[in-house]
Every structure is written in C-alpha cells, then in structure tokens.
Design a protein around this ligand. Structure first.
Ligand SMILES: Cc1ncc(COP(=O)(O)O)c(C=O)c1O
Length: 333
C-alpha cells in the first residue's frame, strides 16, 4: 500500500476541525463486556462546536461553497440535528449566513443542539413533519430572487463531496494503526456518506477489516432501501475520485435490527450503552446515533458475532449536545 494521499489537492478542503482525532484502547469497557478488545476513534473531539463526524464532510462541502462563490448556506435536519449544528458552526467560522430548515415546531424549551444553532447565529425555519429538506427548493428560489447565491448542503452532508471526508478519515486512521491490527469497525449509519466514504477508503487502502454500519433510522417512507443508497453513494464517490472500484449490495454490512421504536426514541438498549461507557471510561455517547450504534456493538459481543479474538474499533461520530435535550427521558440514574 502506498502512503501517498488517496485524495489529491485538486479536491479542495477547507480546514474546520482538529485532525487527526484521537484513537485509543478502551481497557475498562473491554473488561466490562468480557469479549474482544474495543478501541475508539474520537470524532466527538473533532473540535467544531462540540465536534462530530460532520466536520469531516463539511471540510469538503464548504470548500465547494467557497469555490463556487456562494454567499450563504442552507441545510436541513431534525430539531436536534448534529449536522445542522455543525453546519451552523462552520458557516459562522467562514462568515456565511446559515439557514436551517428543522423538523417540527419551535419547542418551549430551547436546549441541546437547537440552543447551539441559535447561539451560532443561524436562521431557523420550522418545517412541521418535514425534517429532510423538503422545503429547500422554495428557500433557494426566495434567496436567489433576493440576489443571493445559496449553497445547499445535502441532508446529513451526504453526497459524493461530503463522503470524501470519510475516505480521508481511513487514511488518517491508517497512521494510527501501526501496531494495532483492527478486525472490525462499528459506526452509526443514517444518511449514508460516513458509510460510503469508509467503503471507498477501505477499498483504496486495500484493508481487510470489516465495516459494520448500524442503521439508526428506520425510514419507512424512503424511496430507496438504505443499503442501496449507501452502495450508490460509494460508487458515485469512487467515480468522483476517478477510481474504478465498484460496490455491490452483498458486499455491505448494514445491521437493520437496532432501530428500536424509531428515529430519536431512546430505548433501554441505548440507555444501557450510554451508561456503560460513561461509567467505565468517562466517555459520553449521544442518545440518537452513537448510543444506538454502541448498543449494536454490545449485542454483537454478547451474541459472540464479534468473537473474543477480535480487535473492534468503535467510531465515535459525536452528537453529545443532544444528551441535554433527553434529560427527562433517562430512567436510570
Ligand atoms: C452523531 C452522528 N453520528 C452518526 C451519524 C450518521 O452519519 P451519516 O449521516 O453519514 O450516515 C450522524 C448523522 O447525522 C450523526 O449526527
């Protein structure tokens, strides 16, 4: 394997965070689980307004916005969207006004990510039952009529530009794995570019670890099965990079059995995962994504699908501010 960058300088990247994020062993947590060795990659420490996986995507997306001469940013998400909070922070840093289309109505208590969205200066538009950017075309028209040139960051930052952040992330990890052969990487998967970028990065770096995405969002209205979304995005990303690797549905590990009562609903499995990691390592997970993904990892260890001989990396993708919006939902103290 060559050590030369798999993403060349012709793909513009705007620095927004602090990389490499830490990689370390979870000795206490591994002991508590009593199975494989568990390691962690700390994208919760990426630095942009409490960090998270979206920093990596936004470095490429907002570089494109600047390159295209755009003068404002639009994106969308749920009321406690980490993606929207990170986009608002990145836009503030780049002195670009940020417009956020959020699902639901303005809640009585403004907390968690929503509090940060306001503090970061974004303009918020409440969208009722639509949390996936259905209202974006109308806002683009309005802002364009007013003489602006908006840049639309896609839902979750997931397109072939955003996915570059996670192609690059595996090369970053490569330098941290010198004496640690990892057999599995487990992470939360939702809009797809984290998973797609990791697939492309793994193929280009010729690695043999198994990528296990935990689907955290059971979207029954989706037009396309989520696994197909990931495959298509991985293929688009490879083409965008000018690489000829191709991906098929059966080469993708996406576990669908951990979506509980639906998107953002905190169940006992997530509560246990958050509590176990907090009490054994002093590391916080979030209620929507990483808590659910870690619940998946714990289940795979207990059912011995992750054998004791494995070296498992959990990719912490951030999201911690949402914890504060769920204070009254935790039942175990
Ligand atoms: C904390 C966190 N983890 C994981 C994900 C999933 O990443 P992706 O949307 O690239 O699948 C998200 C997406 O919003 C997130 O906020």
């Amino acid at each position: 394997m060559s050590d030369s960058p798999i993403i060349t300088d012709s793909f513009k990247r705007q620095s927004l965070g602090f990389f490499p994020t830490p990689f370390h062993y979870l000795a206490n947590f591994s002991e508590v689980l009593g199975g494989p060795k568990i390691f962690i990659k700390r994208d919760d420490l990426s630095g942009l307004a409490f960090g998270g996986n979206k920093t990596r995507k936004l470095e490429y997306l907002l570089a494109e916005a600047l390159n295209n001469g755009c003068d404002c940013i639009i994106t969308a998400g749920a009321v406690q969207s980490n993606h929207c909070r990170q986009t608002a922070a990145a836009a503030a840093l780049l002195k670009l006004p940020c417009h956020l289309l959020l699902g639901g109505e303005k809640p009585q208590t403004v907390n968690g990510n929503l509090l940060l969205d306001y503090l970061l200066g974004s303009k918020i538009y409440w969208q009722g039952e639509h949390r996936k950017g259905e209202g974006i075309p109308d806002l683009v028209s309005l802002l364009t009529q007013q003489g602006h040139k908006p840049y639309v960051v896609p839902y979750g930052g997931s397109n072939e530009v955003g996915a570059l952040g996670f192609v690059n992330a595996l090369q970053e990890l490569q330098h941290q794995l010198v004496n640690t052969p990892i057999s599995h990487i487990v992470f939360a998967s939702s809009s797809g570019a984290t998973h797609a970028g990791l697939l492309v990065g793994k193929a280009l770096l010729q690695q043999s670890y198994q990528l296990i995405g935990i689907n955290i969002d059971k979207d029954e209205d989706a037009k396309k099965p989520f696994k197909q979304v990931i495959v298509d995005l991985a293929n688009q990303t490879a083409s965008f990079l000018g690489k000829d690797c191709r991906f098929e549905l059966d080469s993708i590990d996406l576990l669908e059995g951990f979506t509980g009562q639906g998107y953002g609903v905190l169940g006992s499995a997530e509560q246990e995962a958050i509590s176990l990691l907090a009490k054994s390592e002093g590391i916080l997970l979030d209620p929507v994504y990483t808590g659910r993904a870690m619940a998946g990892l714990i289940d795979l260890v207990r059912s011995e699908q992750l054998p004791a001989s494995a070296n498992v990396l959990f990719w912490h993708t951030g999201g911690n501010p949402a914890l504060f919006a769920y204070a009254d939902k935790f039942t175990e103290w």
